[in-house]
Design a protein around this ligand. Structure first.
Ligand SMILES: *[C@@H]1O[C@H](CO)[C@@H](O)[C@H](O)[C@H]1NC(C)=O
Ligand SMILES: *[C@@H]1O[C@H](CO)[C@@H](O)[C@H](O)[C@H]1NC(C)=O
Ligand SMILES: *[C@@H]1O[C@H](CO)[C@@H](O)[C@H](O)[C@H]1NC(C)=O
Ligand SMILES: *[C@@H]1O[C@H](CO)[C@@H](O)[C@H](O)[C@H]1NC(C)=O
Length: 428
């Protein structure tokens, strides 16, 4: 019914057009009263905000998987902005959301089991209401707000939705899934907004630039109020001094969303209301290889500008077609304990983190000796310029190659491993 726009269907008989118009006005309500419910089977069982921007109800995907959600009514792909039960979809039959007589809003599955509920049991909740802001609120007497979806965002923050110390945005796992993924946007313990990859193997912060300190990144850790918000115009401000503006700032009638995307980037989007498509109006990282976990272990990521993963010399892809699994050595790593080794030079490459040692004003020879003498060392990073920094690496994660990076990685390989590299130095 929602997709049938009466005005754009000139061939539709006029009595039908009137019928649909009647349906959409009579059922398009934004309130769920105490004691009533929305059923998964009935497509018209949805709440629509007064200005029609947002819809709230059961959102289905794939085979028999439904989520109690809020989405943009007019975006082409019905972009979801909030989900009650992202990690536990409900059955396509018999599931319902009720504002129970005891005051709690409850999502039940086909067998009656509770998938999700609000903390409003034993309150005098009167109704649930979907506001024009995209906020679903449970109100008591005197319009007192007892619960609101804005307090528990999933991967998206809407204009005027407060981002606080107790909220975070967690990405979806991948494009075809609404389950919680590995990337998050949050206020860290030191009051600074950060992006983190928290994957099966490793966990690491990749934004703001991890090798700069808070102030070099233009932030502060002194303000412990930990609060951030952006307005309809597209101006974001945070207590840690992060500020940014949308590239189309000032156009207040534009619909916006700030989303922690499953590729690890945080983006502000504007809805093009002619096409129903989203346009990026700000993003945290301009190069996706700076996101951690894009490619797996040992892998080197190159911005082409799309992120492209590859294996270093002496390594091969672990599982064809799945870069998340990274690369694996073509040799037995225990050889580092017994065999002679050589180092392959990889210019403009770095692997972030997992340092065994960090030494300033080191010579390249002493850096190499440090790595040779430690069987745990798989490579060392050396920068000739500046502080002549030497890092020996225990694990090789978050690898990337960038022309702007002045350091080099010297990859440790047993001498018996053949490499076709022209630039390499053989040591023992
Ligand atoms: C429910 O939890 C939210 C967020 O923790 C809180 O602000 C609200 O006061 C709670 N509501 C009730 C009725 O306890
Ligand atoms: C801390 O941040 C809040 C929110 O941005 C701001 O209102 C307040 O003035 C800041 N406090 C200080 C001491 O800077
Ligand atoms: C589309 O956006 C423009 C402003 O960018 C606004 O004036 C217009 O009302 C919008 N159209 C609809 C159908 O919302
Ligand atoms: C690596 O070498 C050690 C010692 O020679 C051996 O015990 C181990 O099984 C080897 N591992 C693999 C994966 O070949």
């Amino acid at each position: 019914m929602r997709s049938l726009q009466t005005s754009t269907h000139p061939k539709l008989p006029s009595f039908l057009a009137v019928f649909f118009l009647f349906l959409s006005t009579s059922y398009a309500q934004n309130i769920l009263r105490r004691g009533s419910s929305l059923s998964v089977e009935d497509d018209s069982d949805i709440l629509i905000s007064p200005d029609k921007t947002f819809s709230c109800g059961f959102y289905g995907m794939g085979q028999n998987a439904y989520w109690f959600s809020i989405w943009f009514t007019n975006s082409r792909d019905r972009t979801v902005v909030w989900m009650a039960n992202r990690d536990r979809p409900a059955n396509g039959r018999g599931s319902r959301v009720s504002l129970r007589r005891d005051g709690a809003m409850v999502l039940t599955d086909v067998d009656g089991s509770i998938i999700w509920e609000t903390n409003t049991t034993s309150t005098d909740a009167r109704m649930a209401e979907l506001l024009d802001t995209g906020n679903l609120v449970i109100k008591g007497p005197g319009d007192k707000i007892l619960w609101q979806s804005f307090d528990s965002p999933t991967d998206t923050l809407l204009p005027n939705q407060l981002f606080t110390k107790s909220t975070n945005l967690i990405s979806r796992l991948h494009g075809g899934s609404y389950a919680s993924g590995y990337y998050s946007f949050f206020f860290d313990n030191d009051n600074v907004l950060r992006l983190k990859y928290d994957g099966p193997d490793i966990s690491s912060i990749y934004w703001p630039i991890p090798y700069l300190d808070v102030f070099q990144n233009g932030r502060t850790n002194y303000n412990s109020s930990r609060i951030a918000v952006y307005d309809e115009m597209g101006h974001f401000v945070s207590s840690d001094r992060l500020q940014f503006i949308a590239s189309d700032i000032g156009m207040s009638r534009i619909r916006r969303r700030l989303t922690m995307d499953y590729d690890g980037n945080l983006r502000l989007y504007s809805l093009n209301n002619d096409t129903g498509l989203w346009v990026t109006s700000w993003e945290a990282l301009s190069q996706l290889c700076n996101v951690h976990g894009v490619c797996g272990r040992y892998t080197i990521c190159v911005n082409t500008p799309e992120p492209k993963c590859s294996c270093p010399p002496g390594y091969e892809i672990t599982e064809r077609g799945n870069w998340n699994k990274g690369c694996k050595p073509l040799f037995n790593e225990t050889l580092f304990q017994s065999q002679r080794v050589k180092f392959v030079e990889l210019p403009h490459v770095d692997y972030y983190g997992f340092d065994l040692n960090y030494i300033q004003f080191s010579s390249i020879d002493s850096c190499r000796d440090l790595c040779v003498g430690d069987y745990r060392c798989k490579a060392f990073s050396y920068r000739l310029t500046g502080l002549r920094s030497c890092y020996t690496k225990n694990e090789l994660f978050n690898g990337y190659q960038s022309p702007g990076f002045e350091g080099k990685i010297y990859l440790k390989l047993p001498v018996t491993v053949e490499t076709s590299q022209t630039h390499y130095s053989q040591w023992h």
